[in-house]
Design a protein around this ligand. Structure first.
Ligand code: FES
Length: 113
């Protein structure tokens, strides 16, 4: 199930949203190739990490984004959305990260690479 993403010629990056649709400081949940991903737009740029908290499986897009700190809505673990690193407990396992680029005004996320 690929949702409504649009495969691109290089076969890896997929368009997931219009860049203008996500203001700085906001995030968006996307699904690509059955992977649950949260897209974060920060003042440092765009980042994408797995949307499922490594502590007890909360969905992180329902939490908060403060700068590059992504805060889980369940028990308050925090992660660095730039690299997936754990910044605060109770989570101890980092998040998987995905490559992001902006092309022709669209946000594109790479899976499988
Ligand atoms: S589920 Fe995220 S901190 Fe517990």
């Amino acid at each position: 199930m690929s949702g409504d993403s649009i495969p691109l010629p290089d076969g890896e990056f997929r368009r997931v949203a219009r860049a203008d649709d996500i203001p700085t400081g906001k995030m968006m949940h996307v699904e690509l190739d059955q992977q649950d991903i949260v897209l974060c737009r920060t003042q440092e740029g765009w980042f994408a990490v797995q949307n499922v908290c490594t502590h007890a499986y909360a969905r992180l897009h329902e939490g908060r984004l403060r700068g590059s700190r992504l805060i889980c809505p369940f028990h308050g673990a925090s992660f660095d959305c730039r690299n997936g690193a754990v910044l605060g407990p109770p989570a101890v396992v980092p998040l998987k990260t995905y490559r992001v680029r902006i092309s022709d005004g669209y946000v594109e996320v790479a899976v499988g690479g």
